[in-house]
Design a protein around this ligand. Structure first.
Ligand code: FAD
Length: 295
């Protein structure tokens, strides 16, 4: 590795991987270009402690299913290394590390006849990302089933267990501190019938496939739904279905998505976002708020 300005201690003691000049294309579901000067994949809590000593603050991602990179970035840590390989079932509770994906967790719940997260089966994120975003679908949010969260606070370098009930989650917002990195969480589900759980998961997955565009790259819903109307309805009413800037376009199937046809730059996506916001504000006097995270 070339000299990245990273201290010797970090370089020698880090258990996970450290790479420099990494193309971020494969770290965001939008698949647009951008480079990270250094990309860390921490493997242990001690790795997070080392990062804290060196930097105090760092951008983190999980699966990148809700993140758009605006361009190049100095440092980023990907939280799905060792953090994705522990999962334990204790009665009606599932204790899992932050990098576990929601589909993996839903499958585990089904295998153990535990019901309560079938609605979330199609969300392509990690447990950590879902908690940070208070992800939800079909009227169910992750915070309805999360009981305990273990976070490492990057600013203070402390690990903390918290009761989820001490947070005040809002729509797509957990209420966690900016520098809190989720490392583990405990979910509480209910005993159910395996066949019924499977039926429900299948129905939610099929419904998703019917409603969501296929082909190209996307981050799911781009904007939060305002109280008055769904964002997709507002965008469609502005005649923006099919609108294209460079390689980014609003698909006909779901107006609150933006698809990269494989050739889009982040700037195309950002310009399309600006255009949509401007048109919706002009016509309805409503400011659309981003659901996706810009890094
Ligand atoms: C096709 C498609 C469908 C989708 N459908 C839904 C849906 O129905 N409902 C829904 O809510 N979302 C949906 N999403 C969005 C996305 O999947 C969720 O927001 C998901 O929870 C993000 O998880 P992630 O691991 O990919 O997080 P990332 O996209 O990697 O990160 C998202 C945010 O979480 C933070 N973060 C990630 N990991 C951690 C961690 N361990 N600790 C602290 N912060 C962390 C990041 O810093 C960033 O701010 C969809 C996306 C796609 C592509």
């Amino acid at each position: 590795m070339k000299n990245t300005g990273i201290g010797d201690l970090l370089m020698k003691s880090f258990d996970g991987t450290i790479e420099e000049h990494v193309n971020l294309k494969n770290y965001s579901f939008m698949h647009t270009e951008g480079y990270a000067k250094v990309l860390f994949q921490p493997a242990t809590i001690d790795d997070l402690r080392l990062l804290h000593k060196e930097f105090n603050s760092i951008n983190v991602i999980g699966n990148g299913s809700n993140v758009l990179f605006k361009g190049d970035i100095d440092r980023i840590a990907v939280i799905n290394g060792i953090f994705n390989n522990t999962i334990a079932v204790d009665g009606e509770r599932i204790i899992a590390s932050a990098g576990m994906s929601l589909p993996q967790l839903a499958r585990k719940a089904y295998e153990n006849a535990l019901s309560g997260m079938e609605e979330l089966v199609g969300i392509p994120g990690t447990l950590g990302g879902a908690i940070k975003m208070n992800a939800g679908a079909y009227g169910k949010t992750i915070f309805e089933i999360v009981r305990k969260i273990t976070v490492f606070n990057m600013k203070r370098g402390e690990i903390k267990d918290m009761d989820a009930s001490t947070l005040t989650p809002k729509y797509r917002d957990s209420g966690l501190e900016k520098d809190d990195i989720v490392v583990e969480a405990e979910l509480e589900l209910n005993r159910g019938d395996r066949n019924e759980i499977l039926d429900r998961m299948t129905n939610f997955s099929m419904n998703r496939r019917m409603r969501q565009p296929t082909g190209g790259y996307s981050l799911g819903s781009i904007f939060k739904n305002p109280k008055q109307y769904p964002a997709g309805w507002l965008i469609e009413a502005c005649g923006l279905k099919g609108k294209r800037i460079g390689g980014a376009f609003v698909p006909r199937k779901h107006a609150n998505f933006i698809i990269n046809d494989g050739t889009a730059r982040s700037k195309d996506v950002l310009d399309l976002i600006d255009l949509i916001r401007t048109r919706v504000a002009e016509r309805f006097n409503i400011e659309l708020e981003l659901e996706i995270v810009l890094l």
